[in-house]
Structure formats: C-alpha cells, structure tokens
Design a protein around this ligand. Structure first.
Ligand code: TUI
Length: 320
C-alpha cells in the first residue's frame, strides 16, 4: 500500500507505532520499523541520557527510518528536543502539548515533524507552524486523550488541512484501518495492538490484561486534574476513581499517580499500576510479532478496500 505517508517517511506500510511512555523502547521501535512500519521511541519518561541510549539501540538494530515521540509535559523536553537534532532523528512526533516553538529547528535539522492533535484548531495551528503531517488522535486511544472520537475527528481534520493525516485511537485491525482511510486518513497509528507484540518488553501481566479485556475494560481518570487519561480498570485505577468520587485533593491524586506507569509496564503490578490502553483492547486477542501485526492489518485493509462493493454485498448491502 502506498500513501502520502509511506512516501513522506520512506516506509513500506502506512502503519505508525504509538510513542507510549515506558512501553515504546528502542527494541520495540526497531521491530516495528524492521517490519515495514514506523517505530517510535516513547521518550515521555526519559532523560536525555536515556533517550540517547535508546536511539543508539534502534540504530544498531535497523537501518530503516524510525522516530522519537516527545511528551511535551516531560520536564526534560527541551533537552530531548535538542538531542533529536544532534542525533538527526528522521521523524519527531509530539503529544500532550504544543511543540510550535521547536518546529523550525527540527525542520532545519532535516527531521520530519508530526504533532499529535486532538482537534481541528490545533491541527490548523500545527500546519501553519510547518508540520509535515499530523496524527489526529480520538478519545478511544489509551493514555492522555482529547474529547472527540476518531470517527468525528478524522474527517473534520482531513477537510481542514492539506498535509498528510494519520488516524489514531481505536484502530487495531484492517477494518479500523480501512475505515480510517475512507474517513480521510493516509495512515494509521496503533498503540494498544503493539503492546501485545512479541518484541514489546512490557510486563507479561500488562499483555495478559489487554488479551483478557472486553469492550468496557477501560476508563478515563484525571479529568479533574486537567489531564484525562484512559487505562484498564486495574485495582489501582478503581482506587483513583474512588478518590475522585471523594473529591480528594489534586496533590493527593498526583502523588498516587507518580510512578504508576512504571509500576504497570515494568512491575506488572495491578495494585499500583496504571495500565494505559485504548478502547480497542477488546479486539486484541493474541501476541504476534510486530511485523505480523503490520502485515495482518494492511492485508485486511487492502482486501476490504480493494473490493468494497463486494465486501458490502456479502453482508447484504447492495449499492444502487
Ligand atoms: O500524548 C498522548 N498520550 C499520552 S502522553 C502520556 S504520559 C502522561 N501520563 C499521565 C498524564 C499525562 C500524560 C500518556 N499518554 N497522546 C497524544 C495526545 N496529545 N493526545 C492529546 C494530545 C494533546 C492535547 C493538548 C495535544 C496537544 C494539546 O495541546 C494543548 C495546547 O497546549 O494547546
């Protein structure tokens, strides 16, 4: 499948891996890039020294393009932004904030810049600021989220911008990818599906919780703190919901959240862990090599799109 995104990034399949903090290390990024997609290092929890090591790891494992995701709320983000320049990182994606001030320097260094946006307004601002493409992420996604659903966000952003568009939030198979392409996207980004890749080093408990998840397994916490995030309903998250009901102080909540991502990904601890995952977790049923996940999603999307009328007819929908 060739799209404006495969062309822009020099990749085989229009599939980007989400830049998940703690989960998306150099090893996972290399597996996704090696499998023909675009692997990302999620630097949300990293210092510059840590990110430098992960970049070196990716470069040692693959010569394919890869990216770094910068979480704008990371206190080290300015150092990481400079490191991406020094290391000539091919693709930079950003999340949880506005990266406008860094874009000129990244472009100057030759990186492709792809901010994640939750709205048309921010999409237009990022396009004006010089972004090469955008990820529009719906509220179905795991982790830090905006308000709009992918189904409503993608066509509205697609109509508003000229640059290529990547759909994220709620996509884990070829039906989701086909739908995203029909809504106006040029590629998809997937997070939850890649947590359940063989090469992902997240704790086995994390993978099992996704494999066992149903459609209502996730919940959003942190709206009151100003940074809503979607996670699986672990015992820790149920405690957070209880604290929210009791209207406990922001300081107390922030204190409980500290380290909760690490507890999930590294320790697999349901008592302390925030196991961030998207609403599509219920569709993820097995652990597969990253390359196979990409191949399955793209081939299913191609089969659906290649004979759309025929596919619909099989389900009793006859086009006039
Ligand atoms: O960033 C994400 N997902 C994340 S970041 C993260 S680490 C974290 N953990 C706990 C609390 C907060 C963060 C876990 N998951 N996705 C991309 C994304 N970006 N979703 C929404 C946004 C976004 C929101 C507001 C992007 C820009 C934005 O701009 C506001 C502004 O400054 O104008």
């Amino acid at each position: 499948m060739k799209t404006r995104i495969t062309q822009l990034l020099g990749i085989k399949a229009p599939v980007i891996q989400g830049g998940m903090a703690w989960v998306a290390n150099g090893y996972l990024a290399a597996a996704v890039s090696g499998g023909g997609g675009l692997g990302l290092i999620g630097s949300g929890s990293m210092t510059a020294d840590h990110l430098r090591k992960e970049i070196a790891l990716v470069k040692s494992l693959t010569n394919k393009p890869f990216g770094v995701n910068l979480m704008m709320m990371n206190p080290a983000v300015a150092d990481l932004a400079q490191l991406c320049i020094d290391e000539k990182v091919p693709v930079i994606t950003t999340g949880a904030g506005n990266p406008g001030q860094y874009i000129p320097a990244w472009k100057q260094a030759g990186s492709k810049v792809i901010p994640v946006v939750p709205s048309v307004a921010l999409a237009l601002r990022m396009q004006r600021a010089g972004a090469d493409a955008l990820v529009a992420e719906g509220t179905e996604a795991g982790g830090h989220i905006g308000e709009l659903t992918t189904f409503c966000l993608i066509p509205q952003v697609a109509d508003a911008i000229e640059i290529p568009l990547i759909a994220a939030g709620g996509i884990a198979d070829g039906r989701g990818m086909a739908a995203a392409l029909l809504l106006g996207a040029d590629a998809v980004q997937m997070g939850t599906a890649f947590i359940c890749s063989r090469e992902c080093t997240a704790h086995e408990n994390y993978k099992n919780m996704i494999l066992e998840a149903g459609d209502t397994a996730t919940v959003v916490t942190g709206r009151g703190l100003g940074h809503p995030a979607r996670s699986l309903k672990s015992r820790f998250i149920r405690r957070m919901i209880q604290m929210e009901k009791e209207q406990r102080s922001a300081e107390e909540m922030e204190q409980a959240l500290l380290g909760s991502l690490r507890s999930a990904v590294i320790d697999g601890d349901p008592e302390r862990g925030s196991f961030m995952a998207g609403q599509i977790a219920g569709l993820v049923r097995e652990v597969l090599p990253a390359a196979e996940i990409i191949e399955n999603v793209v081939s299913q999307a191609e089969a659906l799109c290649g004979n759309l009328a025929g596919q619909l007819e099989e389900r009793g929908i006859i086009l006039g």
